[in-house]
Design a protein around this ligand. Structure first.
Ligand SMILES: C[S@@+](CC[C@H](N)C(=O)[O-])C[C@H]1O[C@@H](n2cnc3c(N)ncnc32)[C@H](O)[C@@H]1O
Length: 201
């Protein structure tokens, strides 16, 4: 059985730390997201960024012309992300929301998860997948980035093999690709990641 990993108290973390110092802070659009948007010819529509944290990905997508809603369980993360978007004169609908008990009542063309699923304990994962499934339009996409089983550092979130991702998601999503990648951020040595493109069936 996999050891239970220590997941931060998110609100405490965002109150204590400047977001620019967090390991996942990355101002540019995630390269895997950018490539996949082109590959799947997604040029417009309503995107949901789950676990948006500093909001950098949501802001980058809004600047590209998408309509963006972005949620996080931490109120402080949402406040800081909103401030960042206002400073950049950029429109994103930032909402405090726990994906495991989501109050969102819309569906989206594309849901992004850059580092939220991999913070879920095993007993939370089915609820997470069900919630995400319900938030995506039929034939909409899920872009998911998580730590890869190839990542060896001790600390941090859960890691997954492509087979594990397939076993979690394949009953509800068509899995188009799962590729080995990295998690860009403030670590000198970028953590190894999986990048997954899935379609709601
Ligand atoms: C590794 S960080 C990634 C942040 C952001 N996606 C990025 O790439 O910069 C994970 C984020 O998921 C959020 N999170 C954790 N559990 C959540 C939940 N149940 N509902 C919504 N957000 C959650 C955390 O507050 C944190 O901001």
């Amino acid at each position: 059985m996999t050891e239970k990993r220590e997941i931060p108290d998110w609100e405490e973390l965002y109150q204590k730390e400047p977001v620019e110092k967090l390991p996942w802070f990355y101002e540019e659009i995630d390269h895997d997201f950018a490539k996949a948007l082109t590959q799947w010819n997604i040029t417009a529509g309503h995107i949901l960024d789950i676990g948006t944290g500093p909001g950098t990905q949501a802001i980058a997508l809004a600047k590209m012309g998408f309509t963006v809603t972005a949620t996080d369980i931490s109120e402080t993360a949402i406040e800081k992300a909103l401030l960042r978007s206002q400073e950049m004169d950029c429109q994103v609908d930032f909402i405090k929301d726990d994906i495991l008990n989501t109050q969102l009542d819309k569906t989206f063309n594309l849901v992004l998860d850059r580092g939220c699923f991999h913070t879920m304990h095993s007993e939370q994962r089915q609820d997470f997948i069900k919630a995400v499934y319900n938030l995506i339009e039929p034939k909409g996409y899920l872009f998911l980035k998580c730590f890869s089983h190839l990542e060896t550092r001790e600390e941090g979130p859960y890691r997954f093999t492509p087979e594990e991702i397939t076993s979690y998601f394949a009953s509800q999503f068509k899995i188009h690709s799962i590729s080995q990648s990295v998690f860009h951020g403030t670590h000198e040595d970028f953590p190894k990641a999986l990048f997954c493109v899935m379609e709601k069936v």
